[in-house]
Design a protein around this ligand. Structure first.
Ligand SMILES: [Zn+2]
Length: 447
């Protein structure tokens, strides 16, 4: 399987994918071992843009092993260079920041039933969150901006240096810098995006970044709002555990006082597949273009449903589920015999997005479910626990019980339970009518 010695991390990606090709028993071991190794876990099915790469048949999940190439140089600042001097964080992280009081946890279905415009935290609340932290710890601003704009690519560093110069005389150079960092090509959106990203970091220790690659790909504000909503579905105990995760994985990980911020970064070189998980860096990479394929309002003829809800949350939670798999450190849950057996015996619920219907027959996609690897099954069940717990509890009661006992647990040991899509009225998707089906594009285009 070592097809290309120059792509060490690519090999692990392709192994993971091959592991889903029906050799579940033998490859399960491989997956477990590889999860510990430094790797880019290519996770979601590749999407039609692979066609542009001249890889027409590449829409099947067996092939995104070419994509992780992009990961090393565009790792959102979690790369091989040393972290910036963040020693001043020491006193802050223990008391004054990461207090989870602005982006409050929401187990109800309020954030998930509506479309992308639903459940957005008002900007005034975002500003208040920032103000409350900076009132207590003014020094947190420059530290946070340092973390949020930390990159290693020389071209990116040049851009940031220019922003810094442009902002030198601003009354708040740090806020100005972050705003320019997030501004799109028209100079718009930077202000709101920077506020939301700053608040998310101060409150949750979660770092959202632009790409470290030359194109400096960015999420737009609408996508950052979707990330916020996703984060609000995660209990603080889980976020904290994930921040402390992977202590023995990767010596070059980005550390803020013992806390490895969950990093979510834009990566257009990820086009052709929706998301990637870099377990040893506690990082997720999403192609902004691919992510929006799951946005509310979309319809695809090979899916057959209109997305009323914002199914980007489903995608984001799937990738976060890969990280949750290994937050305990060197031993991912899926590497244990107990969880492997549990997963093998479990049948996932069907997603109301019917996302996987478009990939039916591809490697490991069967009956509308993604069972490509045990890791993928784990990630799907993780996401379903949050988004459609009743359906999951009905289809995989033991997996549901395991998640509630081992992953979704509050500090006092009680399970976290959710209201899911089942509570939404109207339903989060509806079948396309004949006319819509005729006009709708294809999600999994193979030509
Ligand atoms: Zn996956």
């Amino acid at each position: 399987m070592k097809t290309s010695p120059s792509h060490a991390h690519v090999i692990t990606g392709s192994l993971l994918l091959l592991a889903g090709s029906g050799l579940m028993g033998a490859c399960g071991e491989g997956v477990a071992r590889l999860s510990v190794a430094k790797q880019a876990d290519t996770t979601l099915a590749p999407l039609p843009t692979r066609v542009q790469n001249g890889e027409g048949g590449a829409a099947a999940p067996a092939t995104p092993d070419t994509a992780p190439d992009a990961v090393a140089p565009s790792d959102g600042g979690t790369g091989t260079k040393p972290s910036p001097d963040l020693s001043a964080f020491e006193n802050l992280t223990n008391s004054a920041i990461f207090q989870h009081r602005g982006y409050t946890f929401d187990s109800s279905s309020a954030l998930i039933c509506g479309d992308a415009g639903t459940g957005i935290l008002p900007l005034a609340k975002v500003r208040n969150t920032i103000a409350s932290y900076l009132e207590e710890s003014p020094e947190a601003l420059s530290l946070a901006v340092k973390v949020l704009t930390f990159h290693t690519n020389p071209k990116t560093l040049q851009r940031i240096e220019k922003f810094r110069k442009d902002c030198a005389r601003n009354e708040s150079p740090n806020r100005c810098l972050l705003s320019k960092y997030w501004a799109n090509s028209l100079g718009l959106e930077g202000e709101e995006a920077s506020l939301r990203v700053l608040a998310l970091f101060l409150d949750k220790g979660i770092r959202v970044q632009r790409s470290n690659a030359d194109d400096f790909a960015a999420f737009n504000v609408d996508q950052i709002r979707a990330i916020e909503k996703t984060v609000r579905k995660l209990p603080r105990t889980l976020i904290r555990k994930m921040g402390r995760g992977q202590p023995s994985l990767g010596v070059d990980k980005f550390v803020v006082n013992g806390h490895t911020p969950l990093t979510i970064y834009a990566d257009s070189e990820n086009d052709g597949q929706l998301g990637q998980t870099l377990k040893d860096k506690n990082a997720l990479a999403f192609s902004p273009k691919e992510l929006d394929k799951a946005r509310s309002g979309k319809m695809y003829k090979d899916v057959g449903y209109l997305f009323r809800a914002d199914f980007r949350l489903q995608m984001l939670l799937h990738e976060i589920g890969h990280l949750a798999d290994s937050y305990a450190g060197e031993s991912p849950f899926t590497s244990t015999a107990e969880v492997a057996a549990l997963l093998d015996a479990s049948t996932q619920a069907l997603w109301p997005s019917h996302w996987w219907d478009a990939f039916e027959g591809s490697n490991g996609i069967k009956g509308g479910r993604n069972s490509r690897t045990r890791g993928d099954k784990f990630a799907e069940i993780f996401a379903q626990y949050v988004l459609q717990p009743h359906a999951l509890a009905a289809s995989a009661p033991e997996a549901y019980a395991w998640m509630s006992a081992n992953v979704f647990v509050t500090a006092d040991g009680s399970p976290v339970e959710y209201e899911g899509y089942e509570n939404c009225d109207p339903a989060v998707s509806r079948p396309l009518n004949v006319g819509e089906k005729a006009l709708a594009p294809t999600l999994n285009s193979k030509n």
